[in-house]
Design a protein around this ligand. Structure first.
Ligand code: F6R
Length: 611
């Protein structure tokens, strides 16, 4: 989705803005622009296409000035053209805005503003915002921003710049925005990663905040009447991510770097959380009494996080022996879920800002349920607004395709399952000590898996890259993993892929298996081993090229599959954490072989903050 940056300080704003936009480019975008103010004059440069176009246009031509705003646009209303790119200006060319989100009542506002003589240049919803600001502006940007925001409906993050003021004014309403606090300079950004090069101190803005950002001070107010008397102090958050975490180092792509970071990410997820045989989840703000009373568990998420949710369903049901549902957030929120005060709704999200997942949390809370967020980004909306939180601690994930966040989510769910089992006095499977030991050994097993998977995944990825379709099969916890493998392959290589519960294939989809179709089977579960073998026979009989991912000890595959990838042996409930590595690497290698833009696949955005 769109990225926002703002700078006010003593350094030249233009190069800082362009560099910070680059840091946000992973969110997905199709045009970029900046506006820089100097002595009452504002220069705007904006272009469709890559940030490199903007950088080139500015080379040798940089506007002077130490205050400005920048934006990467991911088109919603209006094509990705120069005129639709942000920043947008008022009629007089004195006021400027960049926006993230959607202004739902823009048609009515536009009619009103046209009638009052405003001239519109773009097809965007954003442009109404700046003409509205022009109506209210009489030399006080803060006051005009409050009046403007109060007229808007939808979800939005806005940053305003006025030619004649030495401050930026930022507004947050259901779209993320932070203020980065530096020494004699301050930043505004839609994402923490955009300020990490300069500071690790941030204010995470709340819904309704209108914030004046000067080089030496930050003042918070609100445009929501119901919050007029609420405290305006914001706690400074110290972010534990480092600038190096958001650089590519020597890897050709962020995605590959993040795949290789998984042993460390999972180690961080586990760190300090298993102590003297006890599970310690400090941020888990739900009383043991409350956990014991839960009579239904629901897990809700989108995309890759939803695949973690499906794993969570298998896991919690197996460990706790209680019913657990797993839902896609955009469905859950509209299907009138049956929830009450004894329900616990677990929301899983890397960003903590996915619109449908947030709406599901609100839906659950409105029905009296308790909510628990399993989230990667500290201070994100889900982390702040859920009743309890478990951080996945994977570190910043930059590539659009989620990798290390996924394995960290699986690991966090395993910790959570053990924690809830303890509170409810349920005995853990495999024996407690054994299980916890295996959990702690996961990072080492991941290292080993990376070594064994890399060459095989490259060979399979290159085969798949030459095909039109690919199928992934699995049973039990391998089924969500098969789904994740198919999603990864589709989103970054654009090879059509589908995942199937292996037993379900013959109820229709097997009709699509023809001579040479690659079929990759995940088969890490002993009790369905023979069933998987039968399913492979079925696709082989229809001409499929077959590949299998198994755990040490898998047998009987000779003459049945073309190649086998063997993972280290771990308890069966843990295998998806390891099997995720070949799933991700196969997709990566196929995409690389096809020369795709791995980190920024077409049409996709990292964090989906609109419905
Ligand atoms: C796929 C991917 C997406 C996200 C989904 C949810 O690789 O990254 O499917 O998993 O958009 O995002 P979060 O986890 O931020 O809620």
């Amino acid at each position: 989705m769109c990225g926002i940056v703002g700078y006010v300080g003593k350094r030249a704003a233009a190069p800082i803005l362009v560099d910070r936009l680059d840091d946000l480019s992973y969110r997905g975008y199709d045009s970029a622009g900046i506006a820089v103010a100097n002595d009452g004059v504002v220069v705007v440069e904006k272009l469709p296409g890559k940030i490199e176009n903007l950088r080139k246009a500015l080379t040798g031509n940089e506007p002077p000035g130490t205050i400005g705003v920048g934006h990467t646009r991911w088109a919603t209303h209006g094509a990705p053209t120069q005129v639709n790119a942000h920043p947008h200006a008022d009629c007089a060319g004195k006021l400027f805005v960049v926006q993230n989100g959607i202004i739902e009542n823009f048609p009515a506002l536009k009619r009103e503003l046209l009638a009052r003589g405003h001239e519109f240049r773009s097809q965007t919803d954003t442009e109404v915002v700046i003409h509205l600001l022009e109506e209210y502006y009489d030399g006080d940007l803060m006051d005009a921003a409050k009046k403007t925001a109060a007229r808007l409906e939808g979800s939005f993050a806005l940053v305003f710049l006025a030619a004649d003021e030495r401050r930026l004014v930022a507004v947050r309403y259901h779209a993320p925005l932070i203020v980065g606090v530096g020494g004699g300079e301050n930043f505004v950004a839609s994402d923490i990663t955009a300020v990490l090069q300069d500071t690790n101190k941030v204010y995470v803005l709340e819904n309704g905040d209108v914030v004046s950002v000067e080089a030496h001070r930050v003042d918070v107010d609100t445009f929501l009447p119901q919050r007029a008397k609420a405290p305006t102090e914001r706690r400074l958050t110290i972010v534990d991510w480092r600038a190096e975490d958001v650089s590519k180092n020597d890897y050709p792509h962020y995605m590959l770097k993040e795949i290789y970071e998984q042993p460390r990410a999972v180690e961080r997820t586990l760190q300090g959380r298993i102590k003297d045989g006890e599970i310690v989840l400090r941020e888990m703000d739900l009383s043991p009494e409350r956990i014991r009373r839960v009579d239904s568990f629901h897990i809700v998420a989108c995309g890759t996080a939803y695949h973690a949710a499906l794993f969570g369903k298998y896991l919690l049901e197996r460990v706790l022996r209680v019913p657990v549902s797993a839902d896609i957030a955009s469905e859950f929120r509209y299907r009138a879920p049956i929830l009450g005060p004894k329900s616990l709704v677990i929301l899983i999200s890397q960003s903590g800002e996915t619109a449908d997942t947030i709406a599901s949390m609100e839906e659950a809370q409105s029905r009296g349920a308790k909510t628990l967020a399993v989230v990667n980004v500290r201070g994100s909306t889900l982390a702040r607004e859920a009743d309890a939180v478990v951080y996945t601690r994977a570190g910043p994930e930059i590539a659009v395709a989620s990798t290390k966040a996924f394995t960290a989510q699986l690991t966090a769910l395993m910790l959570l399952a053990c924690y809830v089992a303890d509170q409810r006095k349920v005995e853990l499977p495999y024996g407690r000590e054994e299980l916890l030991r295996h959990l702690l050994e996961l990072p080492a097993h991941l290292e080993r898996t990376l070594e064994v998977a890399a060459p095989t995944a490259k060979a399979w990825g290159e085969i798949i890259a030459g095909e039109r379709d690919c199928y992934f099969l699995g049973r039990n916890v391998d089924e969500p993993l098969a789904r994740e493998a198919a999603l990864k392959l589709k989103e970054i290589s654009y090879v059509h892929a589908e995942a199937y519960a292996a037993g379900e294939l013959k109820h229709g989809t097997i009709a699509l298996i023809t001579e040479g179709t690659p079929v990759v089977s995940f088969m890490t579960q002993k009790d369905v081993w023979d069933k998987m073998i039968s399913n492979i026979h079925e696709v082989r009989a229809r001409g499929a090229r077959t590949f299998a991912v198994v755990c040490e000890g898998g047998y009987g595959l000779e003459d049945l599959v073309e190649d086998v990838l063997t993972l280290p042996a771990v308890p069966e409930l843990f295998t998806p954490v390891l099997a995720a590595i070949p799933a991700q690497l196969i997709a990566y290698e196929a995409a690389a072989a096809l020369g795709r833009d791995v980190d920024q696949p077409r049409n996709l955005a990292k964090s989906v903050t609109v419905e």
